[in-house]
Design a protein around this ligand. Sequence first.
Ligand SMILES: Cc1cc2nc3c(=O)[nH]c(=O)nc-3n(C[C@H](O)[C@H](O)[C@H](O)COP(=O)(O)OP(=O)(O)OC[C@H]3O[C@@H](n4cnc5c(N)ncnc54)[C@H](O)[C@@H]3O)c2cc1C
Length: 261
Amino acid sequence: MNSPISVLRPQRPSWTLTVVGARDVTPRMREVSLIGDLAAFAYKPGQDLLLSLPTAAGTARRHYTIRRFDPAEQRLDIQFVLHGASPAADWARDAKHGDALVAEGPRGRTCVSGAADWRLFTGDETALPGIAAMIEGLPAGERAFAVIEVGSTADEQPIETAASLELRWLHRQGPARAPSQALIDALAAFELPPGVGQACVIGETATVRAQRQGLIARGMAKAQIAAEGYWRPGRIGGHDHIIEPDFFGLGRGRERAGARG
Ligand SMILES: Cc1cc2nc3c(=O)[nH]c(=O)nc-3n(C[C@H](O)[C@H](O)[C@H](O)COP(=O)(O)OP(=O)(O)OC[C@H]3O[C@@H](n4cnc5c(N)ncnc54)[C@H](O)[C@@H]3O)c2cc1C
């Protein structure tokens, strides 16, 4: 008889944070700066926090990537897409000095991992904070490519890095669509450079799945692709994970839809 295997997730650290600033970095992206007792805070670029955001209707739990951490000031910067009227977007729009929230994490394995001849990052504006953090963390000598979809040129953000970066912005000229055919087509047209590559494919779930399948069909090893669905129409919070075995040394691959944690 097969015995059931239960995976015990380690307790994530929890941090009480206070808003110390909020600004629009671009017309549809609000950056909120938060401080707390973060002396023991450590993370890898690309990781996120599960925020418990106080709203009029209760608490909304949502994932947001760490855009920046300043250890000297013990300050975290997080960027929220203002995609419409919704708990997290509304919270960020109204965030003011002194507002408090609880954050669990850091969590997530969508990070730069292992040696590679080149790295590819692709996603929409929900992925932009993570992609920017990962690329900015690359050392000189690394070769990176990025394809990022945003609403228009006004939504672009500078990404500074010591690495060699070829960055392509796609402009949607309208609200986000699922899936994004423009992103899928752009990745299909991307010529895979020689050598071993690592791909980080994040953003809207259906787009991520199609892009990942496209890379696999063109011969990229599954273990070299990190893919995670950050949002999809109708889903409230959560995330859609596609984890490949060898990439993280986890044993069996697994795919989870609409995971809450
Ligand atoms: C690991 C991870 C990291 C993430 N990092 C970031 C980040 O740094 N910045 C960021 O802005 N987002 C990020 N997201 C995405 C964010 O968590 C979701 O967009 C979330 O649903 C937003 O919560 P909400 O309260 O605004 O909307 P919800 O209440 O969750 O959803 C309300 C409705 O809005 C739709 N919706 C949600 N997001 C979008 C969108 N972007 N565009 C169009 N429609 C949408 C939903 O499908 C739903 O129909 C991340 C997600 C994950 C899993």
